[in-house]
Design a protein around this ligand. Sequence first.
Ligand code: G
Ligand code: G
Ligand code: NA
Ligand code: MN
Length: 254
Amino acid sequence: LELESYLRKALQKNEFFLCYQPLIDLDTGNLYGSEALIRWNHPKLGLVSPGEFIPLAEETGLIKDIGGWVLRSACKQNKRWQMLGYKSLSISVNVSAYQFQQPGFLQEVKMALELSGMEPQYLTLELTESTMLRNVEHSIQVMQSLQNIGVKVSIDDFGTGYSSLSYLKDLPINTLKIDRSFINNLRLNTSDVAIVKAIITMGHGLAVKVVAEGVETQEQIELLKELKCHYAQGFYIHKPLMTSEFEEGLSKYA
Ligand code: G
Ligand code: G
Ligand code: NA
Ligand code: MN
């Protein structure tokens, strides 16, 4: 209850900020973009993990405002980086179920794009399988509308939800993001190799991009390259970075 009352005030008190975790293109080694990850710095509690407060924000409906803030902030920041010269830098934003199912969600996305001036093709929205499966018909409609305005849609934590492959062909998506549980222990001679290989092959067949998250070793990178995975993200490449750290990194990729 205390956490909830703190959370209610966090936006107006400016206690949230975003970190950015780089995604690299495995083919070229170039920076593709980043995933925006929310952080909450409370004066008494210190850093509270999103794993703790996002579920609470969902239960209380606060996620609507918080999620809107994340969208607008992430688009604004990415546009700034583009204007520094990194013209094709992309940004991924996590969208939670409650936020995604709101009637005004599409409008909120359009608003974030307008306010930032960022072109839609540089924005990817990450949805989990459980988010989409809450209401498949409605989800497909919203995802289609997003694609109609040029925004990309990614399935986050792919492989951990109710992974029925039957709906995959009907979902308007651009990217599959393989859950880090399959990547963390990925090395030669594990069954994870078979699973990851199958997901990547499926991605190529469906003409969607595949991202591996949770990459923690060079061996994993090599394997993912061999398997023709498009993009990678993980602690081995970079941990989530503060805005200033990300910007310093940018100059090295120039
Ligand atoms: O960054 P970290 O590993 O602590 O994130 C924990 C969880 O919080 C992850 O599942 C991540 O997807 C989620 N998360 C991080 N930032 C956001 C955000 O801006 N919105 C939503 N809905 N979830 C987020
Ligand atoms: O649920 P989602 O995939 O959005 O979670 C993203 C979170 O995963 C980030 O908050 C980040 O802290 C965490 N993460 C990113 N890279 C790695 C990694 O290489 N290993 C582990 N264990 N976690 C990671
Ligand atoms: Na994510
Ligand atoms: Mn994920």
